[in-house]
Design a protein around this ligand. Structure first.
Ligand SMILES: NS(=O)(=O)c1ccc(NCc2ccco2)cc1
Ligand SMILES: [Zn+2]
Length: 260
């Protein structure tokens, strides 16, 4: 089978052929219905803590279906639904061809224009992302909704200002000035939903504790245009847009909320 993607011939509905876990019982994303979430005081008693550090020379790359920043410094999270310490490995985004779509998780059926994923692995139990990626408690991913405002997001600006330098597949650059990924988080990280799910792209491993924040971050239309100008391949190839998997059934999983 040709490599997976988001087109008609290789998109999410076809992935199950090569990745049978696509039909599994803890797949992601899901539609988040706040009234169906159970407020769990255990989450508030053990607050989520983020200890991110500055990246001296962060590598930004275009792997062909998104844009990804690889993290080398020690940035860790713990608490909330997590047991042990999870280390930041990379972050990337999913976005639409228009503002009406683009996010993977939806909120009462509503899609946001984009969604940012900060991917962490369980460094207490596993020695690398590769070892953790297929373990049920291997990964923790922050899902952050993006919404449009008239002001650009300053934290994302260091990236969107240089996306033209990674416009084509397999291009990568180093962000010169120091970058602390904490600038990407919403102001209030105490309000989130959490559930047990999976990677949203192949290999779709059911190894992710999802933490989706209620508060979106705000980006400008120009910043969205910069993401939509990235190309899937070399010069002249199609733009990277609509690189999102539609929601899967929650099934009999419990969606928990850290707030009322
Ligand atoms: N969209 S996401 O946050 O669920 C996500 C995160 C990480 C990968 N990694 C895919 C991978 C690389 C090696 C083995 O597996 C894929 C998807
Ligand atoms: Zn993702």
């Amino acid at each position: 089978m040709a490599t997976w993607g988001y087109g008609n011939d290789n998109g999410p509905a076809t992935w199950v052929k090569s990745f049978p876990v696509a039909a599994g019982t803890r797949q992601s994303p899901i539609d988040i219905v706040p009234t169906a979430a159970k407020c769990d005081t255990k989450l508030t008693e053990n607050p989520l803590t983020v200890n991110y550090s500055p990246e001296p020379a962060m590598e930004l790359c275009n792997p062909g279906l998104s844009v990804k920043a690889n993290i080398k410094s020690k940035s860790v999270i713990k608490g909330g639904p997590l047991e042990g310490e999870y280390k930041l490995e990379q972050f990337h985004l999913h976005w639409g061809s228009a503002d009406k779509q683009g996010s993977e998780h939806t909120l009462n059926g509503k899609m946001f224009p984009a969604e940012l994923h900060l991917v962490h692995y369980n460094a207490t139990k596993y020695s690398s992302f590769g070892e953790a990626v297929d373990k049920p408690d291997g990964l923790a991913v922050f899902g952050i909704f993006l919404k449009i405002s008239d002001k650009p997001h300053q934290g994302l600006k260091s990236l969107t200002d240089v996306l033209s330098e990674v416009q084509y597949k397999d291009k990568s650059i180093n962000i010169k000035q120091e970058y602390n990924p904490v600038c990407l988080l919403p102001d209030n990280i105490n309000k989130y939903w959490t559930y047990l799910g999976s990677l949203t792209t192949p290999p779709l491993c059911e190894s992710v504790t999802w933490i989706v924040f209620e508060e979106p971050i705000e980006v400008s239309e120009d910043q969205m245009k910069a993401f939509r100008a990235l190309c899937c391949g070399e010069c002249g190839s199609a733009p990277i847009v609509d690189n999102y998997r539609p929601p899967l059934p929650l099934g009999n999983r419990q969606l928990r909320a850290s707030f009322q």
